[in-house]
Write a protein that binds this ligand. Sequence first.
Ligand code: SIN
Length: 479
Amino acid sequence: MVGNTVIPTTLTSLAELDKVSDKTLIRSLAYVDGKWVSGASQQMFAVLDPATQQEIGRLPNMDAADTRAAIEAATTAFESWRKTTAKERSLLLQKWYQLIIENREDLARIMTLEGGKAFGEITYGASFIEFFAEEAKRAYGDVIPSPLRNSRMLVTKQPVGVVGIITPYNFPNAMITRKAGAALAAGCTVVVRPAHETPFSALALCELAERAGIPKGVINMVTAESTTPEVGLELTTNAAVRKVSFTGSTAVGKLLMGQASGTMKKVSMELGGNAPFIVFEDADLDVAAEQLLACKFRNSGQTCVCANRIYVHESVYDAFVAKFTKLVSDRLKIGHGLSADVNFGPLITECGLAKVEAQLARALQSGGEVVLGGHRVEALAPGRFGPLCPIFSFSSEDEVVRRANSVEVGLAGYFFSRDVGRIFRVADELQVGMVGVNTGIISTEVAPFGGVKESGVGREGSRYGLDEYLNIKYINLAF
Ligand code: SIN
């Protein structure tokens, strides 16, 4: 819905899929216990290219019984996987990482055809496998000075067990690797339910994991249509699953967490954000405008850490809006992710577009004014391009911090200032799990990703992300 260069699409999705050089990366079955399987019901669902709405393939629509079979496979595999050494797991993860990198062109093509985006995510996703391959060897314990004579108090870390992983469509590769990389490094086995919009990218990861030598049953993948709740219900209620890791909306996160409480599973919930992006009067406006472009339009605006509410100090508001509008209109080239020169792909779902349209209607009703775009990109059927970038003005630091914190969620927040005192003050005051100061990009495998308030619990990536898949065991040894 942005107003700039539109590159018409003449591509045929299936012809583009046919250009994948290693066709064995395109799997049309689910992956359970090291086998490619169809669901018990034999029903299939279609996966569409969001830029053309053309079907690119079909996959099994699996149910609770299929999910139980995957959990059983993961439970059996856990018995031997948990006993492997950290170094053995590390070497397998390194091999998996190398294979992802070697196949990145094909993986990117598959992802673009089901997820509408360009190539950056494969390297980002692979970085989690590489990081956790290294981190597997650092799940250190502790020795506590005992208050008793002739005693040693030890703390060790053990894998939590079978993990249920439920991932969204916006990062078809990285949301799986960020969770599964940590889980496998810790010695856990996993059952993944990938998003129904983007399952081919997920299954290609299984194919590469198998080639890397990751044993059968360690990674299992259950595919299912749309909102088929049975798979998620089984993953969150089956007693053999000891942890659930979910990325998605706060509403679904609450539901899953409630279901998981029946068997007291450990949970990681990486949920929605509503990120403030604040430009103070002392900011470098060129840097702030560049960073807003990167932050707002990353992944076509479909990340939970994209800037949602842009607050610009009233004294620099007009100058900032002019700079930013020029950048958006000069830089973003809209079209099919596989067309030459395109750097801005479609929204993956129709519902995503409906949300943008509703937000726009609300903004206009409240007196907002469209500076650029504001309509469907008619030249590109189905014209599914977003996002909305609302820019408000503010007059004082206290006011903007209050407005920034006035929501129930708290994932990421960004602000731009050159005043050192203000930088520490505002970074402390923002009620979020992650803060970008003078930058709009915060995601990396080495830093803890996660939120506060209703944005969820737990952290992903970094050494903190490994802890999410480990239980602490205390051993009191008297001698
Ligand atoms: C997400 O949107 O859930 C993840 C975004 C990121 O990794 O930057």
